[in-house]
Ligand binder design. Structure first.
Ligand SMILES: Cc1cc2nc3c(=O)[nH]c(=O)nc-3n(C[C@H](O)[C@H](O)[C@H](O)COP(=O)(O)OP(=O)(O)OC[C@H]3O[C@@H](n4cnc5c(N)ncnc54)[C@H](O)[C@@H]3O)c2cc1C
Length: 422
């Protein structure tokens, strides 16, 4: 007889949601989390003045209905991002020119989303190779599309499988801007509230190192201690799932599906200022860079905190990962100074969170498929094995790579177990 009905490995939004739903259905659930906190790729830090800021996943929009519902359930207050004012560009270009490029990028993105993946012309291509073929598009549009891939999927287009990106992007269906809102008390506080409902069913600092599949139950080794359950949900990203030793070895197609992924590379900075000085000049605080590629900034102020959040993604993040953070802080604040005005280099706080090679996610914002042949990797992982389930934001049918996707993935994993037990 197994110790528990379900063991959930990982207390990110996927694992927390799955465990919450399974416990609500009356199952005996245990969640084991490697870090000493919940939230996974959603985490926070306190600034010296006591302001809590998100150093991982932060933003949401009204289209992300499961996340909005979760926030409402816990009474979490959302704040609309400040967007009034002019967009800034680095190097500087007239706003009309920037708008024209952006419209071209949207057209190209739509063209990519509508690719017929059964057409052999597109098989085995990287996103970079596909972009090279769009010779009818102006070079500043194709260049900016590359920049978008680096910034959003956090890898060079030359690494990313086209079939993956087409399928992934079709599931990102927001009408409202994806940075529309954030949580006043941080997204991480919402993860904490979700975790509070698990009570003593949550074990922190408890990494799962191996899994043994037996006839009627599955054993999970958590730092030398064996736990058993009827079902196990591996609620960690694919790159981390492949670090857990599984015996007997997974069927070859599952091994292959797990090794199709590589982590994204991202660094997030939160730069706090005494005043939102950019607004005095009619600027929104949003900055788009065409050089270097893979950096973006926006206003994330609320109440009496005035701050710009800066995202570095893809090769630029890998490059800065190797350099001292003081240099990165100087680079970013002098860029903000050039884009938004003189006071950009006079921050009152600088918080840098480097997710490259992170111990328990290996990267961010999401793993991406780089194996050009692995067109069915997600389907195979979602099928899993009897009683062994793979679930994470990456595998979500909606908003993969986002917190919304994690919640949906967690709900689906819980549903699949409940159906199985009927
Ligand atoms: C800097 C950054 C900015 C982002 N911005 C946004 C945003 O604004 N909006 C948005 O929607 N999304 C954003 N994202 C993405 C979003 O945070 C993720 O998609 C989502 O949180 C993933 O949730 P998950 O539960 O699937 O995975 P994770 O959050 O990675 O959770 C997996 C958990 O498993 C644990 N774990 C790993 N291995 C083991 C093991 N062997 N044993 C036990 N536990 C283990 C990990 O510690 C982790 O807690 C951002 C991410 C980052 C890092």
């Amino acid at each position: 007889m197994a110790d528990h009905d379900v063991i959930v490995i990982g207390a990110g939004f996927t694992g927390l949601t799955a465990a919450t739903d399974l416990m609500a259905a009356g199952l005996d659930v245990i969640v084991v989390e490697a870090r000493n906190r919940v939230g996974g790729r959603v985490e926070s830090e306190y600034l010296p003045n006591g302001t809590r800021i998100d150093t991982g996943g932060q933003f949401l929009c009204r289209d992300m209905t499961h996340l909005v519902e979760t926030a409402q359930r816990f009474g979490a207050r959302t704040v609309f991002s400040h967007v009034d004012g002019e967009q800034s560009y680095r190097p500087a270009i007239p706003p009309e020119h920037g708008d024209a490029i952006w419209n071209g990028v949207e057209q190209l993105r739509e063209r990519m989303r509508s690719i017929d993946l059964t057409n052999p012309t597109f098989s085995g291509l990287t996103v970079g190779q596909w972009i090279d073929r769009q010779t009818d598009m102006p070079s500043d549009v194709t260049g900016s599309f590359r920049r978008l891939v680096k910034g959003l999927w956090c890898r060079a287009p030359e690494d990313v499988a086209l079939a993956y990106l087409v399928s992934n992007d079709r599931r990102i269906t927001n009408i409202y801007p994806e940075l529309e809102m954030f949580m006043r008390d941080t997204m991480h506080a919402l993860a904490d509230r979700l975790a509070a409902g698990l009570d003593d069913r949550l074990r922190l600092s408890a990494p799962a190192t191996s899994i043994t599949i037996m006839e009627d139950e599955i054993e999970v080794d958590v730092e030398g201690r064996a736990l058993t359950a009827g079902h196990v949900i591996i609620a960690v990203p694919p790159v981390m799932a492949r670090r857990i030793e599984i015996s007997p070895p997974l069927p070859a197609e599952l091994e292959r599906a797990l090794s199709a992924w590589e982590p994204g590379c991202a660094i997030k900075l939160q730069i706090g200022y005494r005043t939102p000085f950019w607004r005095d000049k009619g600027l929104s605080g949003s900055v788009m860079w065409s050089d270097p590629q893979g950096i973006y900034a926006c206003d994330a102020s609320h109440d009496d905190y005035f701050g710009i959040v800066v995202f570095l993604g893809g090769p630029l993040a890998s490059e800065w990962h190797k350099r001292p953070q003081t240099e990165l802080a100087n680079f970013v604040t002098s860029e903000l100074s050039a884009a938004l005005g003189g006071k950009g280099h006079e921050p009152v706080s600088v918080c840098i969170r480097d997710w490259v090679n992170d111990a328990w996610s290996d990267g961010a914002y999401s793993d991406v498929i780089t194996d050009l042949e692995a067109t069915d990797a997600e389907e195979i992982l979602l099928k899993g094995l009897p009683r062994l389930h793979f679930a994470c934001s990456e595998l979500s049918p909606s908003f993969p790579g986002y917190i919304e996707g994690a919640i949906v993935a967690g709900k689906l994993a819980a549903q699949s177990i409940l159906q199985d037990r009927e």
